[in-house]
Design a protein around this ligand. Structure first.
Ligand SMILES: [Zn+2]
Length: 341
């Protein structure tokens, strides 16, 4: 059995008209003038619609609060508190070194367009006043370390000749308790800039703060399992002072608070002597520092290279430390495994 196609009277009429039209027309004459006009109108309206009405996702992007954070760790905090309501740009992205950052015209443009700017303070962003001035930004600025007691370097702690005792240490985020203060400051900045969404910012911040408290407990438990006499490590630059104070691990670094300053031959000799004398078990590389110095120190002292620590910068999504929480977990896991026994 098969079905035969049958024209309805209307279809049959249309078909007859079509055949009649084809017979009348020259090959180039595709349509009647009014049809041409209609066709063009449809195309024009289609184009206009495509360009005038952005897709829903682009509309949502455009209405998000524009936030600029100076480096990736602050950007991660801002995304955790702002969630879907914010569009966060970081000036120094994954694996970038904030100590040697030089802002570009594009960074000034980002500052100009931002409603909220998040900075670390404690002297970390020495280039900031010039950038704010040149951009003409009138964004609200959050200093994320507001309310944190700054750590000052002790005499003899910094070996590099140009940094003496009493320098302000800007790496306050390395203590998780301090990170909680960063997050509270960022929450307050978002609430002040965008009060209509205050409830969401507060709820996101509470959830994230609970995760940071759990992280702090985990780090303390892990450190407690490392024998006290083994809790001594060498990091490349002096970025773990707050971590050391919070979790009772001694860090010594050949390079000072900033990666800008190269250690002198004398500094390196001092560190080598100290590692041998105190039997410091491990030295660590950093994602923002040249690994060659630490490899040299390891080979001259017999200390093991314990792995890479992430101090001032997160990694890309597929790296070992794409978020602050993953960074801290990676660091403590790496330290604990190098110092075990
Ligand atoms: Zn640093």
């Amino acid at each position: 059995m098969f079905l035969r196609y049958r024209d309805t009277p209307l279809q049959a009429g249309a078909r007859r008209r079509f055949h009649f039209d084809l017979a009348r027309r020259s090959p180039h004459d595709i349509s009647e003038p009014w049809q041409k006009v209609c066709f063009r109108l449809v195309i024009l309206v289609g184009f206009a619609a495509a360009f005038a009405i952005p897709p829903a996702s682009a509309q949502q992007e455009a209405t998000k609060l524009k936030v600029v954070a100076t480096f990736s760790i602050l950007g991660d905090f801002a995304r955790n508190v702002g969630g879907d309501l914010v569009d966060v740009m970081t000036l120094v992205g994954p694996n970038g070194d904030i100590h040697v950052f030089a802002p570009t015209a594009a960074d000034a443009e980002a500052f100009r367009n931002a409603r909220l700017v998040i900075v670390n303070g404690l002297g970390l962003e020495g280039w900031l006043p010039r950038l704010v001035k040149s951009s003409g930004s009138n964004a609200t600025t959050v200093v994320a370390t507001r309310g944190i007691a700054p750590r000052k370097t002790a005499a003899g702690e910094i070996l590099s000749r140009d940094r003496g005792a009493g320098s302000l240490d800007p790496h306050a985020w390395q203590s998780i308790v301090n990170a909680e203060i960063y997050v509270a400051n960022i929450r307050d900045g978002l609430v002040a800039t965008d009060p209509a969404n205050a409830a969401t910012y507060r709820a996101n911040a509470s959830a994230y703060l609970a995760r940071l408290e759990a992280l702090d407990r985990d780090v303390r438990e892990t450190v407690a399992r490392i024998p006290a006499r083994r809790r001594r490590v060498i990091s490349t630059h002096d970025a773990f002072g707050y971590f050391a104070a919070a979790y009772d691990i001694t860090f010594v670094a050949p390079q000072g608070l900033s990666t800008e300053t190269e250690p002198s031959a004398g500094d390196i000799a001092t560190i080598i002597t100290q590692i041998k004398k105190e039997k410091i078990p491990a030295v660590f590389l950093e994602n923002v520092s040249d690994p060659r110095l630490m490899r040299q120190i390891a080979s001259e002292t017999g200390a093991a290279i314990g792995g890479t620590l992430y101090s001032d910068s997160l990694t890309k999504e597929n790296g070992e430390a794409p978020s602050y929480i993953e960074m801290v977990r990676h660091n403590i896991r790496t330290i604990a495994s190098a110092l075990a026994n």
